[in-house]
Design a protein around this ligand. Structure first.
Ligand code: NI
Length: 195
């Protein structure tokens, strides 16, 4: 297990389409997953995708805390998922806007509107099929991480660039929107607001 360097916006590895994982149970995939987890925890992120550690493969992992403002110390194993070769399907037309951050876009936050209700299927690290529906923060983090597998970073999903701000200035928006500004830089935003 090793903490890897995290690719930052502008590096081509973040823009490449990723390859399907042929054998999710292969030892080298288990090693990569362990490295991704160590890297995510070290960076205090709530999710990470393989391209962020310079591996152009379809692997993501993320926490889905019930309390979307949870800090890393509050996160629980039961709310953690590892997805290999995930496929996301949008269910329903409603969209929600929420603030997001990304380990590959350090120091910034942006408000992104995304489908509020999705389904996803994938393989787990044991090779078994996983199929779930997600709403709220869970739906947001899945879409953010799976976007990485298509070479998409959250600023590319924003429709209002006045809401792309430095983390240190986010308090101005948080105050206006009644949000808690205590959260440090995380892979994904925490507070949501219907739009
Ligand atoms: Ni990200």
């Amino acid at each position: 297990m090793a903490i890897r360097k995290i690719a930052r916006m502008g590096h081509p590895v973040l823009r490449q389409p990723t390859a399907l994982v042929v054998d999710p149970t292969a030892p080298e995939i288990a090693r990569l997953i362990a490295d991704m987890f160590a890297t995510m925890v070290d960076a205090e992120g709530v999710g990470i995708a393989a391209p962020q550690v310079y591996e152009s493969m379809k692997i993501v992992m993320f926490y889905t805390p019930e309390d979307a403002a949870a800090r890393p110390d509050d996160l629980r194993d039961k709310d953690f998922a590892i997805l290999i070769n995930p496929v996301v399907t949008v269910l329903g037309e409603s969209r929600e806007a929420g603030w997001e951050g990304c380990l590959s876009v350090p120091g910034l936050r942006g408000r992104v509107a995304r489908p509020a209700h999705i389904g996803y299927r994938a393989l787990g690290p044991d090779g078994r099929a996983v199929e779930r529906e997600a709403r709220g923060f869970h739906a947001r983090v899945v879409q953010h991480e799976c976007d990485h597998l298509d070479g998409v970073l959250y600023p590319m999903q924003m429709d209002d660039m006045t809401k792309l701000v430095f983390t240190s200035e986010w308090k101005h928006f948080a105050a206006a929107e009644g949000l808690d500004d205590g959260e440090a830089d995380a892979e994904n935003g925490q507070e949501q607001e219907k739009e």
